[in-house]
Design a protein around this ligand. Structure first.
Ligand SMILES: *Cc1c(COP(=O)(O)O)cnc(C)c1O
Length: 363
């Protein structure tokens, strides 16, 4: 039998993750100098990283011969969240934590529930573990929690919820999630992915951590890739009951977060000024982009993240025309939204470049 036929059938069925196009790649393809390219494709922080994180990173570069020690970052996350360190799991990006959760609770013969148009890593991590996917139709582009609850089968062991969701930016009020948690059997894990939590405006940022005491089946994941501006370092954390965190820590690679990531993340967590500035740039940029969409006549999905999905029509053609003008956004056909593109909120100047390019692209 050919070698690849010997691979696990559920692994062979996986569609590879499609990342945003790197700046250097577009530069090679078009000859546009890298410094003239605007990348708004991967929900990265347009302000870069926190200056405090950068200083910590540079200091940590002096001890890379040592294996990582996660004591300090766990202490920082514990202080930040008010939870004991036994309830914290660190990940090589929160992606790693999603994968770890899947490997702890999913396997062939088990099923997992997620929403259509939800983050691509949920089916990826679930298929890698061999589980059967139950994709629930969306409601107004967001999670339909009632339908998700109804889709739970006796063999369902894990449910994925992104709040806010990527790529749609939809947000579930905390009361709805709480009602959902009460209705879900206690032996089914609910992974609540809060990668964009820090972008929520004051007033709707209820606190999911409060549920951890009541729901030992809840796993909350957060990341340093988005508002903290550390996507390239790969670091995130999960909050769970001590029992579930203990299981996840068994599956985790012993040194899954490197020294530089640990040091930078701990410093970033304490840089409240940078977080506040990032949030403000995002708020202003959201206004700028949505005003632009209204003016140009593009439908968009109101978003609670640092990105907006808009209906481009012939999205592939519009995307190509944007690329030729040196603007990279994200096609989301792979998320079941073939007419839509997702744009990350950039600086004022980047947003302007994008809107100008979009005006030209639609002609
Ligand atoms: C960006 C993102 C993440 C974070 O991924 P990292 O691995 O932490 O970089 C997780 N979930 C969602 C929904 C995201 O959009």
């Amino acid at each position: 039998m050919p070698l690849c036929d010997q691979a696990l059938p559920y692994v062979r069925a996986i569609a590879p993750y499609q990342p945003g196009k790197p700046i250097t790649q577009l530069s090679r393809e078009t000859g546009i100098p890298a410094e003239r390219i605007v990348k708004l494709a991967s929900n990265e922080n347009p302000l870069g990283m926190s200056p405090k994180a950068k200083a910590a990173l540079q200091a940590a570069a002096d001890s890379l011969e040592r294996y990582p020690d996660d004591f300090e970052l766990k202490a920082a996350v514990a202080a930040h969240t008010g939870l004991d360190r036994e309830r914290i799991v660190l990940g090589n990006g929160s992606n790693d934590l999603l994968d770890i959760a899947a490997r702890v609770f999913l396997a062939p013969g088990r099923s997992t529930v997620f929403s259509r148009h939800a983050f691509a890593v949920y089916p990826l991590a679930s298929l890698t573990a061999g589980a059967e996917l139950i994709a629930v139709p969306a409601r107004n582009f967001g999670h339909d929690l009632d339908a998700m609850r109804a889709a739970v089968r006796p063999d369902t062991r894990l449910i994925w919820i992104a709040n806010p969701n990527n790529p749609t930016g939809t947000f579930l009020p905390y009361a709805e999630i709480e009602t959902f948690l009460r209705a879900i059997p206690g032996d089914v894990v609910v992974v609540l992915d809060e990668a964009y939590n820090e972008y929520l405006p004051a007033g709707i940022d209820g606190d999911s951590r409060d549920w951890l005491g009541e729901f030992p089946n809840l796993v909350i994941t957060r990341t340093f890739s988005k508002i903290y501006g550390l996507a390239g370092l790969r670091v995130g954390y999960a909050l769970a009951s001590a029992e579930v965190a203990g299981l996840m820590n068994r599956v985790r690679q012993p040194f899954n977060c490197n020294n530089l990531a640990l040091a930078a993340a701990a410093a970033a967590l304490g840089d409240h000024e940078f977080v506040a500035r990032s949030r403000e740039v995002n708020r202003a940029g959201m206004e700028q982009l949505t005003a632009g969409f209204r003016q140009l006549g593009f439908e968009f999905i109101p978003s609670h993240g640092n990105f907006v999905a808009f209906r481009a029509g012939d999205a592939a053609a519009i995307n190509e025309k944007l690329l030729r003008q040196g603007v990279i956004v994200r096609p989301i056909a792979g998320y079941g939204l073939p007419e839509w593109l997702r744009v990350t909120i950039g600086t004022e100047g980047e947003n302007r470049r994008f809107l100008q390019a979009l005006e030209i692209a639609r002609e």
